[in-house]
Design a protein around this ligand. Sequence first.
Ligand code: ADP
Ligand code: MG
Length: 300
Amino acid sequence: MTAIESSAPARGTARADRAASRAENARQRIPAVELRGARMALGERVLWDGLDLRVDPGEFVAVLGPNGSGKTTLLKVLLGQRALTSGTALVNGRRTDRSVRSAVGYIPQQQAMDAELPLRARDLVGLGLDGHRLGPRLPFGAVARRRRERVDAALAAVGATGYADAPVGRLSGGEQQRLRVAQALVGDPAVLLCDEPLLSLDLANQRVVSDLIDRRRVDAATAVLFVTHEINPVLPLVDRVLYLVNGRFRIGTPEQVMTSSVLSELYGTRVDVIKVRDRLVVVGADDSGTHCDHLHEAAS
Ligand SMILES: Nc1ncnc2c1ncn2[C@@H]1O[C@H](COP(=O)(O)OP(=O)(O)O)[C@@H](O)[C@H]1O
Ligand SMILES: [Mg+2]
C-alpha cells in the first residue's frame, strides 16, 4: 500500500471502487494499455505503423528513440489528446477519449516554471485532481476536506510536505519534479505516462524520481510508460523497451532490443551497444550526443 492510500482512509469509496475494478481487470487479464495495428502519420511522414503493444498492470515499459520519433505523440494518443491515423488504442480496455483521462497519470515533458508563478506546491498537486474530476466548481465542505487530505497524502508520498506551501517557481528542479510526480499520482491512476521525467535532474534526483515512480508501480500495480533519452538510470526497473526510430520500431526486453544488431537495423547505420559495468553505452546513433557524454562518464 502506498503512503497516499494508507494515510487517508476517509476518502474510501471511489478509490476502493477503482482498486476493485483494477483487481478485476487483472483477473480478466485486461491490459492497462493496448495498441492494435496503431498507425500515426503526419501528412506523408509515418511516425509508426502496425504498432501492437500490450502493457500489463504493474509493467514498466521504457519508450526510447531519437527526437521527433513520436514518443510524446504516443503518450498523447493514450491521453486522448491525439487520434490515431488508424488502429486501436485502449486504456484499461476502453477506447482513449477524454473519458479515460481519470485512469491516467501524466508527467509532461518538463518546462521551466516562472519564478513568479503565483502557485503553491499544493496547488500544483491539486491540479491532478481538479483537472478531470471536480470540474470547474470550487469544492467545499466534505469535498474540500477530502481533496485536501488527498493532496497532503500525495505531497507526503514524494517527501514534499516541507515545501507544500512554497511558491513552485522558487523550488529547485528536483523539488518541482517531485511535485509533478505527486500531481500525476494524486488521482490514483491505473497507468502512469512519464515524458522524460529525469531530464535536467542531477543523479541523486534522477534516483529519487525514478524510485518514486517505481514504488507506485509495485504498490498499486500501476503500469508505467516511461519516455526517456537515456535508459541507464532506469535500466534495473525496465521490463520491456519500445524503441522508435524514423518509422521503425522494436519491442522486447532490454536484452533483446539494446543490441548492436537491433539498433543498427533500426537506425539504418552502424550502431554499437557496449556494456560498461552495468551501463549500456550506445555509440553511433543519430542522437549520440547524450550517449557519448555517457561514454565519457562511464569511462572516467
Ligand atoms: N500537433 C502536431 N501536429 C503536427 N506535427 C506534430 C504535432 N506534434 C508533434 N508533431 C511532429 O511529430 C513528430 C514527433 O513528435 P514527438 O512525438 O514530439 O517526438 P518525440 O517526443 O519522440 O521527440 C515531430 O516531427 C513533430 O514535429
Ligand atoms: Mg517528446
